[in-house]
Ligand binder design. Sequence first.
Ligand code: DAH
Length: 352
Amino acid sequence: MDASDALRTLEEELERGLAGMAGASTLDELEAAHTAAVGRRSKWAEVQKGLRSLEQDDRKAVGQRANDVKNSLDAVHEERKQSLREQAEGSLLDADAVDVSLPGRRLRPGSLHPLTAVEDEIVDVFTRMGYRVVEGPEVETDWYNFQALNIGPDHPARTVKDTLYVDVAGRSDLLLRTETSAMQIRTMEAQEPPVFIISPGRVYRRETSDPAHLPVFHQVEGLAVDEGITFGDLKGTLLEFAKAMFGENARVRLTPDYFPFVEPGAQMAVSCFICNGVGCRTCQGTGWIELLGCGMVHPAVLENVGYDSERYTGFAFGMGVERVALLRAGVPDMRMFVEGDVRFLEQFASAG
Ligand code: DAH
């Protein structure tokens, strides 16, 4: 390399470097152009290395020019870098910009499922009376679901016709609970009286769905045990419940019924809230709508959990949430609650 070659190379590289950086539209492109012009592998670097082989005067002149070229390229590099950064920030701001004059987007808030809403409503009536909410497992044992509830080995309620058993290694006593009554036992086992609990939850039966039945449905169980609790307390409590759910004019009727875990057992009906007891399609002309099973806790059940049945008495009741929801809303088919058709569900959407 002689001095004039070197100087020419420097001029060419200066021009090329400036053009490259001017054409860069991103920071990456700019860095690449700058490195190509003055980086370790650039022609500019080669000239630097070649200085040693030049005569002293030439070395000085070429060295001086090489420094100037580098300073110019560095200066332009800094300048371009600054302006490309500003551009990038500007476009970020553009992307974030909000046009406050656009019309708002209509929010479509979700709402509670009608079954959840009714279950909450039922539970609330009792929590206002001082009952405590308890929830329990859906996979239950034979003891809690049957035996402790006075449902003996031969009772028809426990046949495989109604009950879904769970097949877990080596255990034959597991099943999907068929009623929330199982929570009576779990609660009483865990505490001494007084007991005032309400227990909502899912239950399972081996059943084909039809307009009035689902294989998976919901119940709310209630239990009150203390000294001196009477059938009158049961009736008064259920009357308060009926009024809270169906209006101040609601009346209740108790007729004898059988459930293994209560004695006496009863069926509670509420005066028809559509026709107020006159007789209509909803109450099938009777003026009454059967709503729930109830009764005085069977002494054998109290003894099963270690309570003194001479000292304590109590009442229990259990109702189907689907049935209450269906009756109240005049829904013709229970299956509609689980089909997930938005057109059906939207009719229950409330402001809340
Ligand atoms: N568990 C009953 C059922 O599934 C309902 C029931 C009846 C619950 C009487 C009770 C009761 O607590 O005392 O049909």
